[in-house]
Design a protein around this ligand. Structure first.
Ligand code: ATP
Ligand code: MG
Length: 813
């Protein structure tokens, strides 16, 4: 009968209203109605209809009435299967009884009351079942939500209100959360058939209190209590028929006997995939992703248009999800901050890796960055993980894979924060905190709630490793996973529990740089009235402007200050690239690692200019400038935020720094006043006659060299390199081979004519770090003539110099 209702005849054949599909003829129609899609939709419709018939529509209760209260109240009329509160559209709920009798009894009672308020209870409206055909991607859905959010934010009165609004609008709704729970129950039921006593646990954003409406569903299949795999278990019969029709095979042919105790993770995942595919209705697009850090089975759940993952070895993630839940419970400001920062990061393209790992920050890492900031606010909003551990009681002790994951199970065990700053202030403070954070020089530890200087962190890790190795040797035990140091990179954010894991280990240098730059821009914006004050004319203000995506393009580059103004080359600190010997030396230097590293970079810089690019030291006026590498001095005390003294530098001079090219190997004593600090008297005079004008002028005390270049050694290098590579076996990319790059320069110098006026320029090195990312900034001061030429050279140096310095440093021990 239903078929007649669903199918209509059209000039081109038939149309199925249920599936919104056209079919050309009767045989195809028969096939369609027997097919999986049509059958599933028919089943879903039947289920919905039955649910509708057993449900009542309830309104009139107060906003704070909970799902549990409603369940308890309606339970008196019959067993309540489900209560769904729709908070988006107002205050109403659907109460679904297990049997139709429950609905009838509830409707027969004339007066209903909760907390003294009269309720309206009526039969649930019966809606026609319709397939919404146009599927939107998660991203489209979110963009739509965001578009709708804009006018609401403009109308809000304060930034605090705006932030609360963001949460309300984009959080995972109660409805959707409930629907996910039902799906988890369904999957659990099916898996219990095959894996007795197994448990399906949700983790990640569906349950960590930071979920948005389109977030994925992360599941962990806990097989710890499962001894055997019931290969002969059956899928529910009606599903078997459906599943078999998919490819004509029965589940028995797919699920063969496997010994769980010896099965490899890959085999288990294949098994999980087969069960999902064959036995869970509505699941499609099942795929094993074995290559991920934690291998998973990905799937899609059709009815909810939901992307899901099942992993079998992810107990730590379940625990860190619990930790995030706890943090949310500790302070109500965390959720609005996290949602706002996630939204901001998404708009600025700083976060949101498609499919997990990638060069951007993921949502988990972003959330940890917010928590770390709150641990460091004054007074702290959140306690450190170590402090939380101390607040836990004995029963809450928890060790997973050897990592201590102990924290209280209830927020009530933790004293509330004394910090009273509002959301508006905290958001601005988040940006200023990370705008100047030294990412390269520190490891972020939520465990200790502080930034650990990278070198002390490494020496501590080394000591611990040694101790553990000794213990393991004594006890003849295999090595623990703790012995690994995390993969260090441009942003080192330690997992709060798995301390050998850098949660941002995949982040590229560019992403880290962009993150910090966006924090700097946001910080500036947050100081303006446009952030703080509502526009009376209905113009974008507060979060609206903060969330405006970049119109990306050439203007963006100018914001760096590099396009028009000073010429500055940046050489970031990259510990992971340094040779072991140097790493050890830096570790020994502890907090004073920066001046030592600075010195080594300076040596390498000199080598690049002098040996690789064949610049000659000084100029014909070198007596005026002490820029000759042999006369330059290093005065680290003048560097930004450095605590090192010249003595420290002297003591570290035994590391091979002295010698030709060392900026401090000349006659000038460290820290002595430099003649370079004076300005030239006439900018138009050629370098041969007057000393070059130094723009804003180098800082006194910073090492500085003058170089002369007579050839355009930057022009046509790629071509020359290509030709040379043909003749040699050295085919490494630009900047990765000293010998090859030197040959390229020699070739240019030999074959190409000299430039009209030799370029005489100065390079001033400055160490930054401590309150900013550790790096060396090389400021290039143009000569009075040939500025254009120098700009060409500079653009080449911007890329070439950091690479070449890395190469030389790698080989430096
Ligand atoms: P969303 O899915 O909305 O992007 P999420 O928090 O669920 O956010 P996923 O990438 O799906 O993020 O990861 C699920 C969970 O796995 C996280 O909540 C966290 O518990 C854990 N997790 C994710 N990435 C890492 C990581 N790099 N290190 C440790 N645990 C991680
Ligand atoms: Mg997730």
């Amino acid at each position: 009968m239903e078929l007649e209702v669903d199918i209509i005849t059209t000039p081109k054949g038939f149309h199925c209203n249920l599936c919104n599909t056209d079919v050309p003829n009767k045989p195809s129609l028969d096939e369609h109605v027997k097919g999986r899609k049509h059958k599933t939709l028919t089943d879903v419709r039947a289920t919905r209809k039955a649910q509708e018939e057993r449900s009542v529509f309830v309104s009139g209760f107060e906003k704070d009435v909970s799902q549990t209260q409603l369940t308890e109240y309606f339970q008196r009329f019959g067993d309540v299967a489900n209560v769904i509160i729709d908070k988006d559209k107002g205050v109403y709920a659907i109460v679904q009884f297990s049997e139709i009798e429950g609905q009838l009894t509830a409707l027969s009672q004339l007066v209903h009351e909760i907390n003294g308020r009269r309720l309206r209870v009526k039969p649930r409206e019966k809606k026609g079942f319709k397939l919404i055909n146009k599927k939107k991607t998660d991203f489209e859905n979110l963009q739509e939500v965001l578009e709708r959010l804009r006018p609401v934010l403009v109308q809000a009165e304060t930034v605090n209100e705006q932030m609360q609004c963001v949460v309300e609008r984009i959080q995972l709704s109660e409805n959707k959360r409930k629907a996910r729970e039902l799906l988890v129950q369904l999957i659990q039921e099916v898996f219990t058939e095959f894996f007795p006593d197994s448990q399906i646990l949700s983790f990640g954003s569906s349950v960590n209190t930071f979920g948005i409406h389109s977030c994925d569903l992360d599941l962990f299949l806990d097989l710890d209590n499962t001894k055997t795999f019931q290969a002969r278990a059956k899928c529910p019969t009606e599903l078997v028929a459906e599943a078999s029709s998919d490819d004509g095979r029965s589940e028995d042919s797919i699920l063969s006997d496997i010994d769980l105790s010896t099965a490899s993770p890959a085999e288990l995942l294949e098994l999980v995939a087969a069960i999902l595919k064959k036995c869970v209705p509505g699941v499609n697009k099942v795929q094993v992703v074995a290559s991920a850090r934690l291998p998973v089975v990905k799937f899609h759940y059709h009815q909810l248009d939901l992307q899901g993952d099942i992993s079998i070895n992810n107990r730590l993630a379940v625990r860190n999800t619990r930790f995030l839940q706890l943090c949310s419970g500790l302070d109500a400001r965390l959720r609005p901050l996290v949602y706002t920062i996630r939204y901001w990061a998404r708009q600025k393209q700083l976060a949101g890796n498609v499919g997990g790992a990638g060069p951007l920050l993921n949502n988990y890492a972003l959330t940890l960055l917010v928590i770390f900031f709150l641990q460091n606010s004054d007074p702290p909003v959140l306690p450190t993980v170590d402090q939380l551990k101390d607040m836990a009681c004995e029963e809450e002790e928890c060790v997973i894979e050897g990592w201590d994951c102990t924290f209280p199970s209830q927020a009530i065990a933790v004293p509330p924060s004394k910090n009273e700053q509002d959301l508006c202030v905290l958001l601005a403070a988040f940006f200023s905190f990370y705008a100047t954070f030294d990412f390269a020089g520190n490891v972020i530890s939520l465990r200790e709630g502080r930034a650990l200087p990278i070198t002390s962190f490494l020496s501590q890790a080394r000591e611990e490793t040694q101790e553990e190795e000794e213990d393991a040797m004594e006890e003849e035990q295999p090595r623990q996973p703790h012995n690994q140091t995390p993969k260090l990179g441009p942003l080192n954010l330690l997992d709060p529990f798995e301390l050998s894991h850098n949660v941002a280990g995949n982040l590229s240098e560019r992403s880290q740089h962009n993150f910090q730059r966006e924090c700097q821009e946001a910080e500036k914006y947050c100081r303006s009235l446009q952030y703080l004050r509502k526009s009376t004319k209905g113009k974008p203000w507060g979060l609206v402007r903060l969330f405006t995506p970049h119109s990306d393009g050439p203007n963006r580059k100018k914001q760096d200050g590099s396009a028009d103004k000073e010429m500055s080359v940046s050489i970031p600190f990259k510990l992971a690239l340094l040779p072991e010997g140097l790493r050890n030396q830096l570790q020994q230097a502890g907090d004073g690692f920066r001046p030592l590293w600075f010195q080594r970079v300076c040596v390498a810089v000199v080598q690049v200019f002098q040996n690789v690019l064949k610049c000659s030291p000084g100029s014909s006026t070198e007596s005026v400038l002490s820029g000759d590498p042999c006369h330059a001095d290093v005065a680290p005390g003048s560097c930004d935020s450095m605590e090192a003294t010249s003595e420290e530098l002297n003591t570290s001079n035994d590391s091979g720094v002295a010698g030709q090219g060392s900026p401090r190997s000349g006659t000038a004593p460290a820290g002595s006043k430099r003649p370079l600090s004076s300005e030239s008297s006439d900018a138009s005079s050629p370098p041969q006659e007057k000393k070059p004008r130094l723009g804003s002028g180098p800082k006194p005390g910073a090492p500085c060299w003058t170089w002369t270049q007579t050839h355009a050694v930057w022009a046509g290098r790629r071509k020359v390199r290509r030709e040379l590579i043909k003749e040699t076996v050295d085919s490494r990319p630009e900047g990765s081979s000293t010998a090859l790059e030197t040959q390229v320069t020699d070739h240019i110098v030999e074959k190409e004519p000299q430039v009209k006026v030799p370029l005489v320029f100065t390079v001033q090195a400055r160490l930054v770090g401590g309150t900013q990312s550790t790096k060396v900034l090389l400021k290039i001061h143009p000569p009075s003539e040939g500025k254009e030429l120098l700009r060409d050279f500079f653009h080449f140096l911007e890329i070439f110099l950091p690479k070449m310095v890395d190469t030389l440093m790698e080989k430096s021990m």
